[in-house]
Design a protein around this ligand. Structure first.
Ligand code: ADP
Ligand code: ZN
Length: 728
């Protein structure tokens, strides 16, 4: 042992390499595992977290006097033992460094500490000596004489805060200390308790009991679209609030719709705390602090909400659990649904996975009884879930250059004439997915990806949907320089809009996709307009398939049901089924009976057959059989290793070296290297290796051992590890 007087701690840093580093504890500083601290790393100071010492680790013989000292304790709530366990578990499972997982949990700033004092300003009788237009704007904005927070004054006047500071110094404005912002009202579990249908009631009772028992258990809330899954799981939420416990409701990001927040507010009197990328830093800081103190009892958030510092998590809900937006595919690759289950297990809390079209993994767990199934087979409004009627495009297709079959056009016209709304669904943003030269056959590609550029006519440019590259639409073919020879091929939603607008000049038509100028705010406004019946025909991408409730929607037309099929991706059938079933489920949710039409070139495909027959179980039965037979998840486990490099041959060489170094273990097969599903991305060539193992095998452990003995990537070569990849 070294001179016993000098204390040291291990600090985990949010960086990719190594585990925890040792630092010296300055005299008088009290530190415990979980504390967030500022420490030096090379020339910088960075945040880290005091980490429990691994009792098994052999202490490195370093003289503590030579260690760098911890600089200070950071004003942030410490990480709980549960969070530390979660980070370690997740790092282990995803074969990442714990530091990279910690990074997900340390994404906030010091404002998350105790609330800073707020300063208000108002006008005095003094006028500014120096007059500038910015100063005039402030005086004008504050002319009403009211007191307002300093930041608001600058914002309202549209000037920088320094202008306001200058006026304070001159005595034109006076400052007043404001009381801290009042804490939001907590949700009231008894604000408006709904009357539930018997089926809903039975499921709600189970959830209430599960929450009260405070035991880990996974529930599959399996309800048809429009059955009222939300109302049902709200009763579990209410129970958790009554018990003084916290609730996490995960949603695919875009589904954090105003409609959901409104429903929550109707049930509980206030909206829940929200956590997603569109929430500003200040508000995030407040939510973070509130979750840590226990003041915030319900968080509705995107996958990053898993890493908030819950004090006492009593229930975790994963809404639309099948949604692929839950899979994070850069940095630490993880599936938020699976991590939510782990988070809940560590907290000893029940989980609800809600969906009308569960993922195959979840469905199999339901069938095996590992998850408790709570079924809601009927729609709340009493209407039927629409069946999909096929339009065989081989016989009934539209004339050349058009995309909507005459029968669908007639149905849309008819629906609108009777006062209903129609949705044209096509999961393709922009005007046309491909631009082709009719003179030389050249296809315009992204200069740095293996994808076509997509024409966006509203924005008058070509865009790469992989990397965001954009260029104006060229006048002449970039290859043969023939002028006016470029033609758009295939439809995107903008092109459908053009087509339907020409056919129905008097209809109110709205495109709904993530491209909508004006961002989230605009999107919310448009969704509201649709809910309020101000739109006749919606032309939308998958954005409209997610959880919305459009009461007037009577007809859904799927323009290209085959888009997702036939890429050789074994998950394509599942994805297509889920998406189309969900889209069709948007129709007829209220009084109107809904209809859904499906334009397809392969009506005999088993996915189409299941959709047409309205037989969900038939789809799952068959798909589960296919997966089991072929040894695909969930009957096997996969891990993808994506090797990328600036030069194709470097990626190839390293991928081959990796393949050669794979440990030989019975039952494990390493496939590839082959081209990754996206073979060129942002100028990097990508190859993929797939390791496949039996279900019960610890594949993470295998890959970790493999990486430890594999040759290190050199130069710009990078290896990404993706456990449970989306495509295999
Ligand atoms: P799901 O999420 O299962 O597709 P929703 O939760 O969106 O279905 O419910 C469909 C509609 O029925 C919503 O407008 C919802 O407010 C309403 N609803 C469901 N259950 C009830 C209930 N018990 N009382 C009142 N309205 C309900
Ligand atoms: Zn690109």
């Amino acid at each position: 042992m070294f001179s016993g007087a000098i204390e040291t701690v291990d600090v985990l840093l949010p960086v990719a390499v190594g585990s925890a580093y040792s630092y010296r504890v300055p005299e008088g500083m009290q530190l415990a595992p979980g504390d967030v601290v500022v420490v030096p790393l090379g020339p910088r100071n960075i945040l880290g977290c005091v980490w429990p010492r691994d009792p098994a680790a052999v202490a490195k013989p370093v003289d503590p006097a030579k260690l760098k000292p911890v600089i200070r304790k950071y004003a942030a709530p410490p990480l709980s033992a549960q969070m530390i366990a979660f980070i370690e578990w997740m790092a282990d499972y995803t074969v990442s460094s714990p530091g990279m997982v910690l990074r997900l949990a340390l994404r906030h700033d010091e404002a998350a500490g105790p609330q800073r004092e707020r300063v208000g300003v108002r006008l005095t009788d003094k006028r500014p000596e120096r007059r500038t237009s910015a100063r005039e704007k402030v005086v004008e904005a504050l002319a009403d004489g009211f007191l307002r927070p300093k930041g608001d004054a600058a914002r309202e006047a549209g000037v920088s805060p320094s202008v306001v500071d200058g006026l304070i110094d001159e005595g034109v404005l006076e400052t007043v200390t404001l009381p801290p912002e009042p804490a939001a009202e907590p949700p009231d579990p008894d604000h408006a308790v709904p009357e539930l249908l018997p089926g809903q009631q039975a499921a709600a009772d189970v959830l209430r009991e599960a929450v009260a028992a405070h035991e880990f258990r996974v529930h599959l809330l399996d309800g048809v679209t429009g059955s009222g899954k939300t109302e049902t799981y709200f009763e579990g939420v209410a129970q958790a609030i009554r018990d003084g416990r916290q609730v996490l409701i995960l949603m695919p990001e875009i589904a954090l719709t105003q409609a959901f927040l409104d429903r929550f507010a109707r049930r509980f009197g206030v909206v829940p705390a929200q956590w997603h990328s569109a929430v500003g830093t200040k508000r995030r800081a407040r939510v973070f602090a509130g979750v840590a103190s226990g003041e915030v009892s319900v968080v509705a958030g995107a996958r990053s909400a898993l890493f908030l510092p819950y004090r006492d998590l009593g229930l975790v809900i994963v809404d639309e659990e099948h949604d692929s937006a839950y899979k994070q595919e850069d940095g630490v690759h993880y599936h938020a649904r699976d991590m939510a289950v782990v988070r809940a297990r560590l907290a000893g809390a029940p989980v609800v996975l809600a969906s009308a079209t569960p993922s195959l993994e979840t469905e199999v767990n339901g069938r095996r009884g590992r998850y408790r199934r709570l079924a809601l087979p009927e729609r709340f409004a009493g209407t039927r879930v629409p069946r999909l009627e096929p339009i065989d495009m081989r016989r009934e297709g539209p004339p050349k250059g058009r995309w909507i079959a005459p029968r669908l056009v007639a149905d849309i016209t008819d629906t609108v004439a009777r006062g209903g709304q129609a949705l044209l669904f096509l999961n393709r943003r922009g005007y046309a997915p491909l631009t082709l030269c009719r003179s030389c056959g050249h296809r315009i590609r992204c200069p740095s990806c293996s994808s076509w550029l997509v024409e966006h006519r509203f924005r008058r440019r070509l865009e790469c949907h992989q990397c965001g590259y954009a260029s104006p639409v060229p006048e002449a073919c970039p290859s043969c320089h023939e002028p006016n020879s470029l033609i758009p091929c295939g439809p995107g939603v903008e092109r459908l809009h053009e087509e339907i607008a020409a056919l129905m000049p008097d209809a109110r038509i709205q495109v709904l996709s993530s491209d909508l100028a004006g961002g989230v705010e605009r999107l919310r406004a448009e969704i509201k307009a649709i809910e309020d019946g101000e739109v006749d025909v919606i032309v939308g991408t998958q954005l409209v398939a997610k959880g919305h409730n459009f009461p007037g929607l009577a007809l859904v037309g799927v323009v290209d049901a085959d888009v997702g099929l036939g890429h050789g991706d074994p998950r394509a059938a599942e994805r297509t089924f889920q998406l189309l079933h969900q889209v069709a489920g948007r129709a007829g949710r209220h009084k109107l009976e809904g209809r859904a039409l499906l334009q397809t070139y392969m009506p005999e495909h088993p996915v189409m057959q299941a959709l047409i027959a309205g037989d969900r179980d038939a789809f799952y039965d068959r798909e589960i059989g296919v997966r089991e037979e072929a040894g695909l998840p969930p009957f096997a486990r996969f891990c993808a290793l994506v090797v990328s490099a600036n030069e194709q041959h470097e990626a190839q060489r390293h991928a081959q070296a990796l393949a050669a170094s794979a440990p030989i273990v019975e039952g494990v097969r390493v496939l590839g290297p082959a081209e990754a599903p996206i073979s060129l991305l942002r100028g990097r060539h990508r190859l993929r290796l797939l390791a496949r193992a039996p279900r019960a095998f610890d594949l993470s452990n295998y890959v970790r051992d493999w990486m430890a003995s594999a040759p290190r990537p050199r130069g710009n070569v990078k290896v990404e590890i993706d456990i449970d990849p989306q495509s295999f």
